[in-house]
Design a protein. Structure first.
Length: 297
C-alpha cells in the first residue's frame, strides 16, 4: 500500500508546471526555515526566535538519528526530476522540520488564516517529497509525528502554563512519537534487529518505552483514575495505565496479521510492568508536590 500510494502521487515529469512548483517547494523549504525563524525573532522577540532555532536543530538532529538507525532505502522505480539526497528514507527530514516549526508558529498564531497558511505550508512541503519520489508516504507520516511531538514538547516547556503543573509533563509528546515511530519501523522492517538481538535489550526497551509513557501521562492527567464500582467498594484504575495498556494490548494482538512481527506475551508483560513501575514513581512525585503545596498554603 505504501508503494501504491507513492506511485499514485509520483507524477514528476508529467505535468511541467506542477513539477516546477513541487521542486520549488522542496528546495525552497531549506532557506524558508531560517527566514521563518528570523521573522519570529523580529515579530515575537528573542526568546521566541531562540525557541524556533532550538526546534530546527532538534528536529533535524533527531530525524537524522532515526534515519541512520533504521537505514530504510529511498524509493525505487519512481520518476525523478531531481536526485534524491544521500540519506536514508525514514522519517522525512523535510516533514519533521516543517511540522516542528509549524507547531511553534501555530502556538503564536492569532487568526485562522495564519493557522491555515501554516498547516498548508507544512502539508505542501511534505507532499512535495512524495510527488518527487524522494519519500514513501510512511516516511512523511513518521516525520509529521516526530516533528509534532518535538514541537509540542519545546513549545510547551518554553511557553506553556508551567507554574501550577509539572513542566516535564510535556515530554509525553516526544515519548509518544518515539513509541509510534519505533512501532512503524518494526512494521516496515527498518528496526536494527542485530542490536535487538542483545540479551534482554528488546524486553528492556518495552519496559522503558511504555513505562515512560505512563510516567509522563500521569503527570499530564495529574494522577487521575477511572473509578469502577464493585461489590467490595470502589476500584481506582489510573488513567496513565489503562490508556497506554489498551493501546499496547491492541498493538500486540495486531502483530498476528503482520508477516514482519511476532506476537509475544512477554512483550506485553514487560509493557505492563514498566507502566506500573513508572506510574508508581510519578505518583510519588505528585503526592510529594501536593504535600509541599499544602504546606506552603
Amino acid at each position: 500500500m505504501d508503494t501504491q500510494i507513492l506511485h499514485l502521487f509520483n507524477y514528476a515529469g508529467q505535468i511541467s508546471w506542477l513539477d516546477n512548483l513541487m521542486l520549488f517547494v522542496t528546495l525552497g523549504a531549506i532557506p524558508l526555515a531560517p527566514l521563518l525563524i528570523g521573522r519570529l525573532w523580529w515579530q515575537k522577540g528573542r526568546y521566541t526566535g531562540q525557541t524556533a532555532l532550538i526546534t530546527l536543530g532538534l528536529t533535524l538532529t533527531i530525524a537524522l538519528l532515526f534515519q541512520f538507525i533504521g537505514a530504510r532505502p529511498r524509493p525505487t522505480n519512481v520518476t525523478l526530476i531531481w536526485p534524491t539526497p544521500n540519506f536514508p528514507s525514514f522519517p522525512s527530514g523535510h516533514a519533521t522540520v516543517a511540522w516542528g516549526l509549524a507547531i511553534i508558529w501555530l502556538w503564536h498564531a492569532t487568526s485562522w488564516s495564519q493557522r491555515l497558511l501554516t498547516i498548508g505550508t507544512a502539508s505542501l512541503i511534505s507532499f512535495s517529497r512524495i510527488y518527487l519520489g524522494h519519500h514513501y508516504p510512511t516516511d512523511i507520516l513518521g516525520g509529521l509525528i516526530l516533528g509534532t511531538g518535538l514541537g509540542l514538547m519545546i513549545a510547551g516547556i518554553r511557553f506553556g502554563d508551567n507554574e501550577t503543573k509539572p513542566i516535564w509533563r510535556w515530554l509525553i509528546w516526544p515519548q509518544l512519537s518515539l513509541v509510534i515511530l519505533v512501532t512503524m519501523m518494526a512494521y516496515l522492517g527498518a528496526l536494527p534487529y542485530h542490536l535487538l538481538a542483545w540479551p534482554g535489550l528488546d524486553k528492556g526497551l518495552h519496559f522503558l518505552s511504555f513505562g515512560l509513557v505512563s510516567f509522563w501521562l500521569n503527570l499530564w492527567v495529574n494522577g487521575r483514575a477511572y473509578t469502577i464500582a464493585t461489590r467490595w467498594g470502589q476500584l481506582l484504575i489510573p488513567l496513565a495505565i489503562i490508556l497506554p495498556l489498551s493501546v499496547a494490548t491492541a498493538e500486540e494482538l495486531s502483530q498476528h496479521f503482520s508477516p514482519l512481527r511476532t506476537a509475544d506475551i512477554w512483550d506485553w508483560i514487560f509493557d505492563f510492568t514498566g507502566m506500573l513501575f513508572f506510574w508508581y514513581i510519578s505518583q510519588q512525585y505528585l503526592d510529594r508536590q501536593h504535600t509541599i503545596h499544602e504546606a506552603n498554603t
